[in-house]
Design a protein around this ligand. Sequence first.
Ligand code: CO
Length: 189
Amino acid sequence: MTYPIVIYGHPILRKIAAEIDQDYPGLKQLVEDLFETMYNSEGLGLAAPQIGKSIRIFVIDGKPAAEDEPSLADFKKVFINPEISEKCGDFQPMNEGCLSIPNLREEVMRESHIRIKYYDENWEYHDEVYDGYKARIIQHEFDHLNGILFTDKVNPLRKRLLKGKLTAISKGNFEAVYKTILPGQKIKG
Ligand code: CO
């Protein structure tokens, strides 16, 4: 099933999400639903807090960006209880957007290389390194599990200019092709 996407300003997006264990009820279905919701809303990644579940899981499918970055064509993954154990390399700029902050894109600086440890949907453990676009998407999604949004990371001047836009978004002044939950609206389930 497709979930509505929680929008900027909702407190669940600011919570530290909880780890889950292997017998988390309905885990397999949840993974399917995360992908379905992500595809429906045309995102490259989706973290559980964005569908109103404060748990440490996110999914990525880079396919829609494969035109710009061919290595993303088969980059489809589930990250459960992830831990970024190392970040290194230069800070590089890149434009980011987020399904929870519709119609807004801003340049964000992030480190170019990461090492991440996580469980996949079959509860197999991985310890992997990523760079470039993949490291970028992973860091964005991982931040969601710690209540951090990309707009927190834009430079201070831009951030001041964004304030009004973010307030408008949190009040529902945006267009999205997907269903949403605004701050103050109740999350079902
Ligand atoms: Co996001």
